[in-house]
Design a protein around this ligand. Structure first.
Ligand code: ZN
Length: 190
């Protein structure tokens, strides 16, 4: 293989991933992360997509697309039909597997995530893991200013409960989740 070939990326998957990234960036453009740094929301989506892409070989194109899109239905009012029309049924289905029902109160939604974890498809489990890793990292590096230490610890423990319920978690991401969760003690006194 020449060095040129080493850098060649198949066009179609890359274009589809970038279309999903662009769509997500547009729809989340007014949204910031809840943390002190108030990062643009797309930073979270890129991090989740990167984790998903690193989770296995070869890269699962549709799952990386779903990573970019995973919060569009919950946070921006995009519909499943729209995702299906633009990105196909597989991507839309993956997004819906990790979408909470926002008509329910938050405590109920959190309980449902724990209860629903064992029923998730293996690919949705990978997406869940990546999302939770990103959320724990951001609580460590840029916590929401109005969250007490206890609230941060409770979020860590709830995320741990969700991930513990996954039937067949991706080993690479499970390891990274455990590493991140183990930093729980750093929240003390912060
Ligand atoms: Zn997310």
């Amino acid at each position: 293989m020449s060095s040129h070939d080493d850098h060649a990326v198949p066009s179609a998957p890359l274009r589809r991933i970038l279309a999903a990234a662009h769509f997500a960036a547009q729809h989340h453009s007014a949204q910031k992360r809840k943390g002190l740094a108030a990062e643009p929301y797309i930073n979270h989506l890129i991090e989740v997509a990167e984790l998903v892409a690193a989770s296995g070989d070869p890269v699962d194109t549709n799952l990386v697309m779903a990573a970019f899109l995973h919060d569009t239905v919950e946070d921006t009012g995009v519909t499943r039909d729209e995702l299906e029309r633009l990105f196909g049924d597989d991507v839309a289905g993956l997004v819906m597997e990790v979408t909470d029902d926002k008509t329910l109160p938050q405590q109920k939604r959190k309980a449902l995530q724990v209860q629903g974890a064992p029923k998730k498809s293996p690919r949705a489990q990978t997406l869940k893991l990546a999302d939770k890793i990103s959320n724990l990292r951001s609580i460590l590096s840029s916590p929401p200013p109005d969250w007490s230490t206890q609230r941060k610890q409770e979020y860590f423990k709830w995320a741990h409960d969700v991930i513990a319920g996954l039937a067949t978690p991706n080993p690479r991401l499970k390891e990274e989740f455990d590493r991140t969760y183990a930093r729980l003690g750093e929240l003390q006194g912060k």
